[in-house]
Design a protein around this ligand. Structure first.
Ligand SMILES: Nc1ncnc2[nH]cnc12
Ligand SMILES: [Zn+2]
Length: 340
């Protein structure tokens, strides 16, 4: 691991907390909760982590999270992620969770939100690691079910900063959720959505124009649509890109084909994130390293990607200024002076 990457201060904006469930923890929680798994041991489970596409990943992902039952389970899951993020010099995180994947199994929303939130609060107190929490609707379910979830979340409004949209993208366009996004906007939530991961560039446009999101999760399909790219650059709409995820889910054939640097040099606010690191082969530093090793990204480009993460995050302007200064100083110590 290059020390430039490992010591670079970072922000993570696209992380599904359920996607940080490592095989060891799947088995530990199954034992604790008296659940029998379909897999003999951890290596048998790991062997199932071969994905042809997004859906084949989602099947394993929803199965794995069935071991999460109690507030303590969600605390332990989140804490284990935060320990890894802190070790990767992540200074601020914006975390997704999938409420419907838990309430649909009879787990109370209070247990989910409280366990995650307690861990986030502990990381802030112990390390100054700041965070936001984003509740994602599952797009393979109906808009009526998303409305129900929005309603159930009302008691936890203070702990939730934003609304997201994830799960199977193809055939579940942003337009399916236009009413519930309008309602969430009325309630003062910040809005993001997965778009242009496996789906077409048109879904990115619809997420912006119809859902009125301020940030696009993934968005790599923008590379196929030059007018859309020009708009994303002009408006500095952030894309939370996940290089190792794109590789593991066959969105790209090899890291050398990843559009990250083309998007960066076209003036887009692209950022580096880990998505579901327990399933895709690595956390934040591994994603930066994949760009360096597989795509030939320079330290200067990696520094700009880290700065974009700060620009795209939901910290206050004052907090952003502090982090931006820290990253710029870090670059200057490494002999990199960016233009602006
Ligand atoms: N990469 C991804 N795309 C869509 N939904 C997800 N849920 C968890 N990870 C996801
Ligand atoms: Zn995602």
């Amino acid at each position: 691991m290059s020390t430039f990457i490992s010591e670079l201060p970072k922000v993570e904006l696209h992380l599904h907390i359920e996607g940080t469930l490592e095989p060891e923890m799947v088995f530990a929680l199954a034992r604790r909760n008296g659940i029998t798994l379909d897999y003999q041991d951890e290596s048998a489970l790991k062997a199932a982590y071969q994905f042809a596409d997004l859906q084949s990943f989602l099947d394993v992902y929803y199965q794995g999270m069935q071991v999460l039952l109690t507030e303590q389970d969600f605390f332990d899951l989140t804490w284990a992620y935060l320990v890894r993020a802190y070790a990767d010099r992540v200074r601020h995180v914006e975390i997704f969770f999938d409420p419907q994947a838990h309430t649909g199994r009879g787990v109370p929303l209070a247990a989910v939100v409280s366990g995650i939130h307690r861990a986030l609060e502990q990381a802030r107190q112990q390390w100054g690691l700041t965070s936001r929490l984003i509740m994602s609707f599952l797009r393979h379910l109906s808009e009526a079910e998303a409305f129900e979830t929005l309603h159930h979340a009302e008691p936890f409004r203070q702990q939730l900063s934003g609304i997201g949209l994830d799960s199977a993208e193809k055939g579940n366009p942003p337009t399916k959720f236009s009413q519930v996004y309008a309602a969430a906007r009325e309630q003062g939530y910040r809005l993001v959505a997965h778009a242009g991961e496996e789906g077409p560039a048109g879904y990115i446009r619809d997420a912006l124009d119809i859902l009125q999101v301020e940030r696009i999760d993934h968005g790599v399909a923008a590379i196929t649509d030059p007018p859309l790219m020009a708009r994303l650059a002009q408006e500095r709409i952030p894309l939370t890109v996940c290089p190792l995820s794109n590789l593991k889910l066959n969105v790209i054939k090899s890291m050398a084909e990843h559009p990250m640097l083309q998007l960066l040099h076209a003036g887009l606010c692209v950022t580096v994130n880990s998505d579901d690191p327990a399933y895709f082969g690595g956390y934040m530093n591994a994603n930066f390293e994949a760009l360096q090793q597989g795509l030939g990204a320079s330290n200067e480009e990696l520094l700009q990607l880290a700065l974009n993460g700060v620009e795209a995050c939901w910290l206050s302007p004052e907090e952003k200024a502090v982090l931006t200064r820290e990253i710029r100083d870090y670059g200057e110590q490494a002999g990199i002076a960016l233009q602006h």
